[in-house]
Design a protein around this ligand. Structure first.
Ligand SMILES: *[C@@H]1O[C@H](CO)[C@@H](O)[C@H](O)[C@H]1NC(C)=O
Ligand SMILES: *[C@@H]1O[C@H](CO)[C@@H](O)[C@H](O)[C@H]1NC(C)=O
Ligand SMILES: *[C@@H]1O[C@H](CO)[C@@H](O)[C@H](O)[C@H]1NC(C)=O
Ligand SMILES: *[C@@H]1O[C@H](CO)[C@@H](O)[C@H](O)[C@H]1NC(C)=O
Ligand SMILES: *[C@@H]1O[C@H](CO)[C@@H](O)[C@H](O)[C@H]1NC(C)=O
Ligand SMILES: *[C@@H]1O[C@H](CO)[C@@H](O)[C@H](O)[C@H]1NC(C)=O
Length: 653
């Protein structure tokens, strides 16, 4: 690797003058030590763009670096069509040059970026070092966008074609750094850093502009059946031991306990071998009979699937002969996933995609199954040093994910998928990566909320939360308490998936879950309407609470509450053994839905130690001004309110 480093630091600071100009300052650095060199200063009406660089040129629009004999060609320019934005582009002369810039996070809260194992909120709490910014199995990085924005209203969008690596609190604590370098998993003909920085009045405005500028919005909504009726997956309950008897028993239990029928999802493992697209007849003797039977009981069915064909499958030989798999410079199509050695279908080859999709279509036809759950897809599943049919060397690895998604989107609007980049337009349910039955941030219950708001804030409003209670991996199913708290947290999300069932626990769990489903059914129409609204303007369905009060610095940091639309605030208990929690209400007049007769509460305020024993899900409705008038509003102090609530809870003990 060449030693030439260009290191830039952007400091985003707010200057509260009348012109409201903001400074963006870039520094350059040779290797480790920060050496600020004042070069040229470029000012645009909305942005003061201080660019510290050592330039040969006097023209601020073109800057040729002096260092080390002009190794890098550098230019930057302000975008005329949007006053709020500045574009930046740097082209390395040698492919081995590393291009880098950093942002000091400071006291601003940052959002956006990637799905990750420890989904903390905001991003300031993460520790990422030299993270290749492509979809990957590692660190549960199934969904990402090279888009970051902060509580001040700045957004940074790095061009998808950049060979990007990201640090957050990496070698430089307090900084977020973006590096372009042409090493694995990237292959390129040249190294370019290209990004855009914009400044709007608040984070909501920034995100709304990002939607218009590049994120895009859904073109249609998912099948409302999946919103209104639960998905019952075989996965957590039966794992790979699924068969028709289990599926029938499962359905029978749902009916017997009179829980709402919905979609029965036959998860892993139903095939003769992974990728055969044929049912194993010793597990599923007669799939058509099974699906008809389920239909007669009022269920739809869906089937888990994946983009691989395992090496031990006969179809692998055919696919290999036809050149339908992702190949590699090592001339091998062999790769592996969590279910064995396999090859990844090369979806960039239209013939391969059609061959794969036709097998699934035939299967659906033969079996009477209604829909599919598409698992995996991350670019990390391809062989090392991959060669795609679409062999453009300037590719970015996530091309394969896009090609996979372009193929599966044709399977209708009741599918679900889990891996994504730039599929905001699809209008399908995007499942958050598998949750674990834990109380901590390692994919545990708190991340049900942070993943929801994170996905909404990178442009995916149709989030499918993972199964209630988590997956129970390592033979550790959820406790009754975890199950109920999980169910509460899920109520106001777009869909609900069961695998462990309420009757795996006790009567109280059954009663509470039934009641929570009743509350939910009052809001499924609201969810569907919000989905329709998303198609119009890209608006999130479950935003973080600052969405309705975008300049409130307390709200910027709240990670354990979420909104449904703009008028329902949900504050689930997600801490083990907790029987109360602190709740922050942003601007607005709020009705406590657990105590609707009590005086309305005026936000921005904290409700400290709000009582929430196991049967209570705290949630609030923001009152319109008419609603406020119809009910004499009393401005209580939150302390006063909490004392009163404590008393009410005491009475009903
Ligand atoms: C990040 O690193 C700091 C310091 O090592 C540690 O205290 C913190 O828990 C880490 N955070 C995460 C999310 O791993
Ligand atoms: C990203 O870079 C490519 C190649 O330089 C360019 O064609 C494209 O317009 C850029 N996209 C954006 C959003 O800037
Ligand atoms: C089918 O399922 C049976 C029962 O679990 C198993 O023994 C067998 O290996 C599976 N595969 C095939 C190809 O039948
Ligand atoms: C993989 O690519 C190499 C060239 O890189 C080619 O010779 C070989 O036939 C390909 N193999 C398959 C299975 O497509
Ligand atoms: C997968 O292939 C590797 C070698 O490429 C081998 O060591 C391993 O046993 C194989 N795994 C399975 C499940 O066949
Ligand atoms: C559903 O809404 C109706 C009408 O507002 C209300 O009477 C009922 O109590 C609600 N159900 C639940 C479980 O909250």
């Amino acid at each position: 690797m060449d030693n030439f480093f260009v290191f830039c630091v952007i400091i985003l600071t707010s200057v509260t003058t009348l012109i409201a100009s903001e400074n963006i300052i870039l520094f350059t650095e040779d290797s480790e030590k920060l050496q600020v060199k004042y070069g040229t200063i470029f000012t645009s009406p909305a942005l003061k763009f201080n660019f510290y660089e050592d330039c040969i040129d006097q023209n601020p629009k073109v800057c040729t670096v002096k260092n080390k004999g002009n190794e890098n060609y550098l230019r930057y320019f302000s975008e005329a069509e949007k006053q709020e934005c500045v574009h930046y582009e740097q082209i390395a002369n040698s492919m081995n040059n590393v291009l880098k810039f950093c942002v000091e996070m400071g006291s601003d809260s940052w959002y956006g970026g990637a799905e990750t194992t420890f989904q903390h909120w905001p991003l300031n709490k993460l520790n990422w070092t030299d993270k290749p910014f492509v979809t990957s199995e590692a660190d549960s990085q199934a969904v990402l966008e090279s888009y970051f924005f902060n509580s001040q209203g700045f957004y940074i969008h790095i061009n998808d074609s950049v060979a990007l690596f990201v640090d957050i609190n990496g070698p430089r604590p307090g900084y977020m750094c973006f590096t372009a370098k042409v090493i694995s998993p990237y292959r390129k003909l040249r190294n370019v850093m290209q990004f855009r920085v914009c400044k709007f009045s608040n984070p909501r405005k920034a995100h709304e502009n990002a939607i218009k500028d590049f994120l895009g919005m859904p073109k249609s909504i998912p099948d409302t059946f999946v919103v209104k009726h639960p998905i019952w997956s075989t996965w957590a309950r039966y794992k790979v031991n699924v068969n028709s008897k289990n599926v029938n028993d499962f359905a029978q239990e749902i009916v017997q306990y009179s829980f709402p029928r919905g979609t029965i999802e036959i998860d892993d493992n139903w095939e003769t071998c992974y990728g055969s697209a044929e049912f194993n007849l010793s597990r599923f003797e007669n799939i058509k009979e099974l699906t008809s039977n389920l239909k007669s009981k009022g269920f739809k069915t869906s089937l888990w699937t994946h983009p691989f064909i395992n090496l031990n499958c006969e179809r692998h030989t055919i696919g290999k002969r036809m050149g339908y798999f992702v190949n590699s410079t090592l001339n091998t199509v062999d790769s592996f996933w969590w279910n064995g050695n396999a090859s990844y279908i090369d979806f960039t080859n239209p013939k391969a995609a059609t061959w794969w999709a036709n097998a699934l279509r035939e299967l659906l036809e033969k079996s009477g199954i209604d829909s599919l759950k598409f698992d995996a897809g991350e670019s990390s599943w391809v062989p090392n040093s991959p060669v795609f049919y679409d062999s453009d060397l300037t590719y970015y690895p996530d091309n394969i994910v896009n090609a996979y998604l372009e193929t599966i989107v044709n399977f209708g609007n009741s599918i679900e998928y889990r891996s994504s980049r730039r599929s905001q337009g699809f209008g399908r349910l995007l499942r958050m990566i598998d949750r674990e039955s834990r109380w901590d941030f390692q994919l545990g219950l708190p991340t049900l909320i942070t993943s929801l708001i994170h996905l909404n804030m990178i442009g995916y409003p149709f989030v499918l939360p993972d199964m209630v209670g988590g997956n129970g991996y390592n033979n550790k199913p959820p406790s009754k308490e975890m199950y109920i708290r999980w169910m509460q947290a899920n109520v106001f999300m777009p869909a609900i998936q069961f695998s462990y069932t309420p009757w795996d626990f006790d009567q109280q769990t059954i009663d509470l879950c039934r009641r929570l489903l009743d509350i939910r059914s009052n809001y499924t129409e609201t969810i569907v309407n919000l989905m329709r609204q998303s198609v119009v303007d890209g608006s999130p369905i479950n935003p973080p609470i600052w969405w309705i009060d975008p300049t409130d610095s307390v709200a910027h940091c709240i990670y354990d509450e979420y909104l449904l639309g703009e008028n329902i605030l949900v504050a689930p208990v997600i801490v083990e053994k907790a029987i109360s929690r602190d709740i922050y209400l942003p601007a607005g007049v709020w009705r406590d839905e657990n105590n609707p007769e009590s005086p309305y509460i005026v936000g921005r305020t904290w409700l400290h130690e709000y009582p929430a024993p196991i049967e209570i899900l705290p949630w609030f409705t923001r009152m319109s001004s008419e609603q406020q008038q119809s009910n004499s509003i009393v401005h209580v102090s939150s302390t006063c309110y909490m004392l009163a609530m404590g008393f009410v809870v005491y009475l009903f003990r």
